[in-house]
Design a protein around this ligand. Structure first.
Ligand code: NI
Length: 171
């Protein structure tokens, strides 16, 4: 099932997501498959559960845009355990469509997370994958990438969105 993407302004996007405790269930397997389908349909490289309105600490990532099955990654209850270097680049979010901003992030990031079976693993990613680890883990903590841009730019984005909300063009 393809879920619609929740847009900026909904409380679920700025709330702490709940820790996942039940693993290896059919419900979780179906939910993960739905998350991948929803992400591919929206043409994203990452999707966090709050973006489909579900406050659970689950995200999916595929930096190959569905080209390479080996690039499919599930991260459950993730935390960032290492950061190195810096990269500056454009970042966007499916929940804030139509906007992209320069965001400086660590170049190399190590994550600790659980897979669908509940097994803990650590993985280090660089460049786009490092950015995805940080962006998606942020989502699960109720933080959006616009928190990492200057207050001036953030206000500008918020004002434009408010205008679209009033016009009924943002829902
Ligand atoms: Ni996002």
């Amino acid at each position: 099932m393809i879920y619609p993407i929740v847009k900026y302004g909904q409380t679920v996007l700025e709330s702490q997501a709940a820790t996942v405790e039940a693993f290896d269930t059919e419900e979780l397997q179906t939910f993960l498959e739905d998350m991948f389908q929803s992400m591919y349909a929206a043409k994203g490289v990452g999707l966090a559960a709050p973006q489909i309105g579900v406050g659970r600490r689950i995200a999916v990532i595929d930096t190959s845009n569905g080209e390479d099955p080996a690039a499919r990654l599930v991260i459950i209850n993730p935390s960032i355990i290492g950061k190195e270097g810096a990269q500056s680049g454009e970042e966007g979010c499916l929940s804030i469509p139509g906007f992209r901003e320069q965001v400086t992030r660590a170049k190399k990031v190590t994550i600790r997370a659980q897979n669908a079976k509940g097994e803990w693993f650590e993985q280090t990613g660089e460049d786009l994958l490092a950015r995805a680890f940080l962006h998606e883990t942020d989502h699960l903590n109720g933080t959006l990438y616009i928190s990492h841009v200057s207050p001036l730019k953030r206000d500008l984005i918020r004002r434009k969105i408010r205008k679209m909300q009033k016009a009924g063009e943002w829902r």
